[in-house]
Design a protein around this ligand. Structure first.
Ligand code: M6R
Length: 607
């Protein structure tokens, strides 16, 4: 889950790497470091420390470092605590490396190569440096190949050899590495975000291929030593999408971008007024023939899957399971060639989702992934991929990726209904017209962000917040609750309102604000009764309700936000924006680092 960067060229490498590490910091931010090598060779100069990239920048200024070739790392600790020694890069003999991933057999390697007492850190990564050093006798490819064959686990490694100045070697298994030529050399990173300032052309380093970056460009070899072909990709989002655009935090910017990115995701996929996935190679036959659907995803992406489940079950009438990817393998999953597997992931790198998808494919399941990052592992591991066009999502808390995932699920549900002959032309038109209204409806909500800010103020000092709703409203609240927890550190629980009285209502007091969402006409009267139940236990209720209808009940809320009216199944969209903004403003007003909440990383590549 760490961020890695490597640059070689004619420019000063330290500034380039520190800027890139700042962009990559969302992947991990407990320590950071860079190593620079000299044109004449010799040991790399390593500068690293626990803390943020800004702290590393100060250290680099103090030490007045320079060089034209270097590797850098921002860490999310796995093996070994957060300390200066455990920060990357790690040096051993003539080798300097950075590593993202987990080496599962590091203990066995320590024993086999008699490394006990010879290592400076507690990391599995330094062990890799030592094994490389063991095999290195002047031929970097041979040393890398021999080392890689000894490793069990996941890795993205960038390596410098002290007697090969100006060159960076890299290899990966599962953990991502992308690489690109710059006008004066070459660059690699764990994420295109760091490459976009230099070029729009890049490639994903295939697993177990070795790349070599130099001022002359990039070469790639497979593990048997044969030269490998590079498949170039083009970044299709503009560079302004990866800066803060005048907002104090990426999270706010990304919330505000939602109307645009939903248009970007939906419009190219409509032909003759109908959803169309021919560009993705998805045939109607695939959508018509499956007997069951299994959605696998984690966190926010899984919450998008829950909304997809409601849509598909109610409109198509087939059974949908939504499974936490991290639990999928351990519950003896029953999937087969009649089960359409849909993997959802913003990063496309979440290891649990990737492994679950691979397992399902082995069982013969047809698969579609919904991914935001082009060329990501999950996209490549599935039969078909539908890219959300959210652009780079930098804030750890997912917002625009979630709503673009929902947009794809709306399209997919409609295509499935058409493929199965379930909808008339009129029904299709009505549904598509409503989907096309979403960006404007979202804009209407966003224009009321100051009002939402005032609502957020009412929970600023709460210790616990409950969120209640039924059906689709409950699904939205699961996501709203995750958002609040991760950015504000307030304990919050989303509860199906009908279930509350089976135990949890014991926790409701006048100190427990309750956010209630009421957007589904058929559930409204029941939801309002459930609100009454918590209100009579003293809870202050923040009510998000569809439309401006006057409620007959006595006033059951202390704050109310009236959501613009859409058909029930689309109310998820405006309601989500309000919940995202509530979480954002609470975090902002608490003075927290909104984009980088404690203990979290954006990309979760460890199981
Ligand atoms: O990249 P993915 O969509 O696969 O990530 C899944 C989760 O890790 C992610 O949604 C996480 O829950 C976010 N921090 C939520 O805001």
């Amino acid at each position: 889950m760490c961020g890695i960067i490597g640059y070689t060229g004619t420019k000063e490498a330290s500034g380039i790497m520190l800027d890139a590490l700042e962009l990559l910091e969302y992947r991990g931010y407990d320590s950071a470091g860079i190593a620079l090598s000299d044109e004449n060779g010799g040991p790399a100069r390593i500068i690293k420390r626990a803390g943020r990239v800004k702290d590393l920048r100060l250290l680099c200024e103090e030490k007045n470092v320079s060089g034209h070739c270097g590797i850098g790392h921002t860490r999310w600790a796995t093996h070994g605590g957060v300390s200066d020694e455990n920060a990357h890069p790690h040096g051993y003999g003539k080798i300097t490396i950075i590593h993202n991933g987990i080496i599962e057999n590091y203990r066995q390697l320590i024993e086999k190569y008699e490394l006990d007492g010879k290592l400076k850190s507690q990391t599995d990564s330094e062990v890799v440096a030592a094994v490389l050093s063991h095999f290195y006798q002047g031929d970097p490819y041979s040393a890398i190949r021999k080392t890689v064959l000894k490793l069990k686990g996941t890795f993205a490694l960038a390596i410098m050899f002290e007697d090969i100045p100006g060159k960076i070697y890299a290899v990966r298994n599962v953990s991502p590495i992308v690489a690109a030529n710059t006008e004066d050399g070459a660059i690699l990173s764990s994420d295109v975000a760091a490459i976009v300032p230099f070029t729009t052309q890049y490639f994903v380093v295939p697993e177990l291929n070795v790349v070599c970056l130099s001022r002359e460009g990039i070469e790639m070899y497979d593990l048997s030593g044969d030269k490998a072909r590079i498949d170039w990709l083009t970044v299709d989002w503009d560079i302004s999408r990866s800066d803060k655009g005048g907002y104090p935090f990426y999270m706010e910017k990304e919330i505000m971008e939602q109307p645009d990115v939903i248009n970007d995701t939906v419009l190219p996929r409509i032909k003759d007024g109908k959803p169309d996935f021919t560009a993705e190679g998805i045939k109607d036959e695939m959508l018509a023939s499956c007997e069951r659907i299994c959605v696998i995803a984690c966190g926010t992406a899984m919450h998008a899957g829950l909304v997809g489940k409601s849509l598909i079950q109610s409109m198509i009438g087939i059974h949908v399971d939504v499974v936490m990817a991290s639990e999928f393998m351990y519950n003896d999953p029953v999937v087969n060639d009649k089960t359409l597997v849909i993997a959802i992931s913003q990063s496309g790198e979440t290891i649990d989702t990737l492994e679950a998808l691979k397992f399902a494919r082995k069982c013969g399941s047809p698969s579609i992934s919904i991914v935001n990052v082009k060329g990501a592992s999950i996209a490549r591991a599935s039969e078909h991929v539908i890219y959300t066009c959210a652009g780079p999502e930098i804030a750890v808390a997912s917002t625009k990726a979630y709503t673009t995932q929902l947009a794809v699920l709306y399209l997919l549900t409609a295509r499935m209904a058409i493929a199965r002959g379930l909808w008339s032309e009129d029904q299709t038109k009505k549904y598509m017209d409503e989907l096309l209204r979403v960006p404007d409806v979202m804009k209407e909500v966003l224009s009321q962000k100051e009002e939402i800010h005032h609502i957020a103020d009412t929970i600023l000092n709460a210790k616990d917040v409950f969120m209640i709703g039924r059906g689709l409203d409950y699904s939205i609240l699961l996501e709203g609750s995750l958002k609040l927890k991760e950015v504000s550190y307030i304990h919050s629980e989303a509860y199906a309102s009908g279930e509350l009285k089976h135990g949890t209502i014991a926790l409701i007091t006048s100190e427990t604000p309750v956010i209630a969402v009421v957007t589904q006409d058929k559930l409204k009267s029941k939801e309002l009764s459930n609100i009454k139940e918590v209100q009579s236990r003293g809870a202050k209720v923040i009510l998000l309700i569809k439309g401006d209808e006057v409620l007959e009940q006595e006033k059951i809320w202390s704050r109310i936000f009236r959501l613009p009216v859409m058909e029930d199944e689309f109310m998820v969209m405006p309601a989500s924006v309000v919940l995202q903004l509530i979480a954002y403003y609470v975090s902002l007003d608490k003075g927290l680092d909104v984009d980088k909440p404690r203990n979290l990383a954006k990309v979760v590549t460890v199981e």
